[in-house]
Design a protein around this ligand. Structure first.
Ligand code: C5P
Length: 417
């Protein structure tokens, strides 16, 4: 069966790119029905979309003829995937709040099919707290959301908010429909309904992950540690295993269940973590998420330290712990892709850039921990690579994990091509 897309085009300057997207979808053998919002019609015409989709184009909720022949509920459910591209800040706000005041938003509220939103807007609108709040809600509702590209905007400003290129949108649609990539035709492929659901993007790869804090003993009852719940690292391990990888998770002391399909090695200290990591090599990618304590006591006491009545605290001599990430960065068995995390509270991107070079990593995932990230459910990250910085919206940690693993799979497949 031919895969079917319901393409909702909302009104922004990037709407013209939807014509190219339709052309690519048709070339790929995907059937498209298009819906235009009122303001989208200022940028593209129903006529040009009708010609390209080879289907009627819908614009009006109260078009009786369409209502009799097709019905808006039916229209929203006949597709395999609903794609909103471009998705303006306005339609994102309506989707997040369940507003249905035109055909496009009524279809979005009535659909029982997966939805992909491809945002495009001015950089300030993208970063506005209201938009970011709406995106978090949509993610929680299960809507798939692409991150806009960085670059110059039609309005003359520069930043995140450009519609991703039609080829990238097509690739995401192929992924969501579980269609094989890089093929012009679906001839000979299994019916859409029979397409495999298993994600095999990392099949045959070994992914090594550290997570949680380390505990550096001072005496039998006290220790030095960083605040870390381990949630983000465990979510990444779960996502990697779901993508078919062999996963080794070296975990500091945390209260979390082992994700299905993950080999877990529990450690307490930074030195134990380093030793477990080196033993687990070689790996195709290493993702060092652990909040490793920078220092340990020079000599942990065998007995509990006691107050001696003098009012003076017991002296605590510290020595530096090994840097696991930096050790891997110069290791004979350095993984092909080495990723570090950086918890920062200020000048996040600048510090991450410096860390990239200092540790010999390929990417640094910089997270802003000035809010309630530690132990919380959401994370705000920037992916810093030698070629630039990607800013992701505030997302649940599970979604950050999924996106990161998709990016890892893409990078590893590019390296092995
Ligand atoms: O230098 P900083 O602690 O900010 O670096 C953070 C990154 O380095 C994280 O990826 C963390 O897992 C890693 N790291 C490490 N060993 C250390 C300190 C940090 O692997 N001793």
């Amino acid at each position: 069966m031919t895969p079917r897309i319901l393409l909702i085009i909302s009104g922004g300057i990037a709407a013209y790119k939807s014509l190219e997207l339709v052309r690519l979808l048709r070339k790929r053998g995907i059937a498209v029905r298009a819906v235009l919002t009122g303001s989208a019609q200022q940028f593209v015409t129903p006529l040009s979309l009708g010609v390209l989709t080879e289907n009627p184009v819908f614009t009006d909720l109260f078009d009786l003829k369409d209502e009799q022949e097709i019905g808006h509920i039916q229209l929203s459910r006949q597709a395999d995937l609903v794609v909103v591209a471009p998705a303006t800040a306005n339609i994102i706000a309506k989707m997040a709040n369940g507003i249905a005041d035109d055909l496009a938003t009524t279809l979005l509220l009535a659909t029982d099919k997966p939805v992909l939103a491809v945002p495009a807007m001015n950089v300030r609108m993208w970063h506005h707290r209201a938009t970011q709040r709406n995106l978090v809600r949509l993610h929680a509702d299960g809507v798939h959301i692409m991150t806009p590209d960085d670059g110059a905007m039609a309005c003359g400003e520069f930043g995140t908010g450009r519609l991703p290129e039609p080829e990238a949108i097509l690739a995401e649609i192929e992924r969501l429909l579980a269609l094989p990539k890089n093929s012009d035709s679906l001839a000979g492929q299994p019916d859409f309904a029979d397409a495999p659901e298993t994600n095999t993007a990392l099949h045959g790869k070994h992914i090594l992950i550290t997570a949680g804090p380390t505990h550096e003993p001072i005496d039998p009852v006290r220790y030095i540690a960083n605040r870390s719940s381990g949630k983000q690292g465990f979510a990444i391990a779960a996502a990697a295993a779901q993508a078919g990888a062999r996963v080794t998770l070296v975990a500091g002391p945390v209260q979390l269940p082992t994700p299905p399909g993950v080999d877990r090695i529990d450690v307490q200290t930074a030195r134990e973590m380093l030793s477990a990591v080196e033993t687990a090599l070689p790996a195709d990618a290493a993702i060092m998420v652990a909040a490793v304590a920078d220092w340990r006591t020079a000599d942990a006491a065998d007995q509990k330290l006691k107050k001696d009545g003098s009012g003076q605290p017991a002296p605590l001599a510290l020595v530096e712990n090994p840097d696991i990430l930096a050790t891997l960065g110069r290791h004979a068995h350095r993984p092909a892709l080495l990723i570090g995390f950086a918890a920062e509270t200020q000048q996040i991107a600048e510090h991450a850039q410096a860390k990239l070079a200092r540790k010999g990593a390929d990417w640094i995932v910089a997270n802003d921990v000035s809010g309630d990230v530690m132990g919380g459910e959401n994370n705000a990250v920037q992916i810093v690579t030698p070629s630039g910085i990607e800013t992701w919206p505030v997302l649940p940690k599970g979604q950050v994990a999924d996106k990161l693993i998709a990016k890892v799979a893409h990078a590893l497949s590019a390296r092995s091509d």
